[in-house]
Design a protein. Structure first.
Lengths: 331, 339
């Protein structure tokens, strides 16, 4: 699974530009499902056909990034955020574009970091002037952190744990379930544009019209020095979400998840995320409503270039989701 | 250009009746199917010269509504208190000429006289809560003969030609889009498409959502008037769009990321047809595109805008060439993609 994690976390795929990551995921799963296709907006849908109910599992494949808004005469680029990028963390970071061009971020003259804002930041791709710059990068191009995947002890670090970790869980799950008979129909949906407002999941849920849905995503933790209070820690197992700003998990779905975890001896945590949302937020209010829940992979430093997870949590999330798919409780 | 007549019509979000009426009157008599939906959107299906099999269903959208105000209470003195409808800068309001209610009662947005303001008051910009509308009424009873709570208020602005090829007026966001849609509907030998004149964009792209759900198009192009800030007080990288540089193509705003294939298609078309274009160099703002892209099973969506300076104020300025180049680009897109 580490190899898979390295491959998919290092693949380029900010919101709106998911072509490459979709291709990589498609190649991983296509031989293990009944059908895999890209829908109208670009979600990748993989189906294990069967009888009702239809359980939809969703993990978003997009990542946050920086979009170029202006190229000046000297070849410097002005930038804006794609998704929840904190500009305070950008100075000195390297970012890479789809075509491999790398740039570093710095700021105009400021007296204190309190004055820092988007309009004072720029990216330098080493261009000697505007003509030189636009040979490589144009307005609208999007860059993502230039950071390799890293495994150190049992912890893993990457620019895009959010949410390639969730994608890895679904990919691994698809492979593990290959050949087993499932008590229900399952769609595995790798969604687009979650980071800009749960957009892909909304149209995917409408099209699929499932009876239940579970999103797999990362969540924040509170186990760092003087961290804001959050009763989720790295290494204590997958988190079963109670609520976040986008969704209150359906009580039945949450209860099912808790029972499945308990019955199978899988350590889990309960999650209340005060700020943040996931695809379940869009899915659960699709059509007449879809009872939905979320299984989260605990993650430190979400939306920074070094998002960190615990490999045991990752394995246990797959274990839990495998039991979820094989459980007849959804009937 | 329909813009000249569309611009002065009052049509604040939720009160698009007069705009819709004007558009209906302008529609061609033949070759269109017109539907006025529950929300108030006007959906006009144009039947094309020939119907290519499997041609995508293209929806072109422009919103009829504009930002404005609503009367919230009437003072004993006969002055009217009001709330904003849509995004308006409190600082541009004072001393502007307005029209109140269906009868278009003329009035002016007033404030405490500057001579009587304390130093601290003078140093602070006006806030809407300290402003009122004066229609010359002598008392509450007097005012109530002409207006009532809930009446809409719009800016009263004439449409004027300025400079060599610029226009000045209100509500270019998005009467400019409506005007272009009308021109496309009027043209002969056009391929099939559906024009959606939407309501309530300025309060959260509400009409577009139901319109797109009804139409379920394959492709949507939203036509907008967007902010240009090519003015002395803004640095180059803060211009967002520039007058005279052609239609502005949106890469992303806060409501939608343009479909990459559509965007590339538009860029290639513009280059092939020698139509100048620019990117919208700003990621803020919302458009109907956000609602349309996510209606039903989803729609591939792009947004093309005519740059307008000073939008959401009583007077915007746009350049004629940008208008015609936008029209030309959309027409080229239809000819290349529709049946």
């Amino acid at each position: 699974m580490k190899e898979l994690m390295k491959k998919i976390t290092e693949t380029y795929g900010p919101s709106g530009l998911e072509n490459e990551i979709r291709k990589v995921i498609y190649e991983e799963i296509k031989d293990y499902v009944d059908e895999a296709y890209t829908d109208k907006l670009g979600n990748l849908v993989a189906l294990r056909k069967g009888k009702a109910p239809h359980l939809m599992l969703a993990a978003h494949m997009d990542e946050i990034g920086l979009v170029v808004t202006h190229v000046d005469d000297n070849g410097f680029l002005r930038i804006s955020n794609v998704g929840g990028v904190a500009f305070s963390q950008l100075v000195g970071q390297r970012f890479v574009f789809e075509n491999g061009t790398v740039g570093t971020i710095y700021h105009e003259k400021i007296k204190s970091f309190k004055e820092l804002e988007w309009s004072k930041l720029y990216m330098d791709i080493g261009a000697i002037n505007k003509d030189d710059a636009i040979k490589r990068v144009n307005i609208g191009d999007v860059a993502v952190p230039h950071q390799p995947f890293l495994e150190q002890g049992q912890r893993l670090m990457s620019k895009a744990m959010d949410n390639r970790a969730g994608c890895a869980v679904l990919i691994e799950l698809i492979k593990r379930l290959y050949g087993s008979k499932l008590p229900q129909e399952i769609s595995f949906v790798f969604t687009i544009q979650e980071e800009v407002g749960l957009r892909g999941a909304r149209s995917a849920a409408y099209a699929l019209s499932p009876q239940y849905a579970i999103a797999v995503d990362v969540t924040r933790v509170g186990d760092m020095p003087e961290a804001p209070r959050m009763d989720v820690s790295l290494g204590k197992g997958p988190a079963i979400k109670v609520m976040d700003s986008s969704v209150i998990s359906h009580p039945q779905v949450r209860q099912n998840l808790i029972e499945i975890a308990s019955q199978n001896g899988i350590e889990y945590q309960l999650e209340v995320l005060e700020r943040g949302g996931t695809d379940a937020g869009a899915i659960h209010i699709s059509r007449e409503g879809v009872p939905s829940g979320v299984v989260s992979i605990p993650c430190r430093y979400v939306h920074t270039p070094s998002e960190m997870i615990d490999s045991n949590d990752l394995d246990n999330t797959v274990n839990l989701m495998e039991k979820v798919c094989l459980s007849p409780t959804w009937n | 250009m329909y813009l000249e007549e569309l611009s002065p019509i009052p049509g604040v979000s939720g009160d698009e009746r007069e705009v819709r009426k004007y558009i209906r009157e302008c529609l061609p008599r033949k070759g269109v199917k017109v539907e006025n939906d529950t929300m108030g959107n006007l959906l006009v299906q144009k039947r094309g010269k020939s119907s290519r099999k499997n041609a995508p269903h293209i929806m072109l959208a422009a919103h009829m509504d504009e930002v404005g105000f609503m009367i919230s209470s009437i003072e004993k003195s006969g002055h009217l208190r009001f709330k904003k409808v849509g995004g308006l800068d409190d600082r541009v309001l004072v001393a502007k000429s307005v029209l109140v209610g269906k009868e278009r009662v003329p009035g002016v947005i007033g404030s405490k006289a500057v001579h009587l303001q304390r130093k601290e008051e003078r140093q602070k910009p006006y806030e809407v809560k300290n402003l009122f509308i004066d229609i010359g009424a002598k008392s509450k009873e007097d005012a109530e003969k002409l207006v009532k709570i809930g009446d809409y208020v719009s800016f009263k602005s004439s449409f004027t030609s300025v400079g060599e090829d610029c226009y000045m007026g209100k509500a270019f966001d998005d009467r400019v889009g409506c005007s272009i849609l009308l021109e496309l509907l009027k043209q002969k030998n056009m391929p099939s498409f559906t024009a959606a004149f939407t309501v309530q964009e300025e309060v959260g792209f509400r009409g577009a959502r139901t319109a797109a759900y009804t139409l379920q198009p394959d492709i949507a192009i939203v036509l907008e008037g967007t902010a240009a800030s090519d003015v002395p007080e803004a640095k180059d990288h803060e211009h967002a769009t520039t007058l005279g540089c052609g239609p502005a193509l949106t890469v992303m705003d806060q409501s939608v990321i343009a479909d990459r294939e559509l965007l590339t298609n538009l860029v290639n078309l513009a280059e092939r047809e020698n139509i100048p274009y620019q990117f919208r160099r700003f990621t803020g703002g919302f458009t109907d595109g956000g609602a349309i892209a996510l209606a039903g099973e989803g729609t591939r969506t792009a947004v093309i805008s005519v740059p307008c300076r000073y939008i959401h104020s009583p007077f915007s300025i746009l350049q004629q060439s940008d208008y015609y180049h936008t029209l030309k680009l959309v027409q080229a897109f239809l000819e290349n993609n529709s049946g």
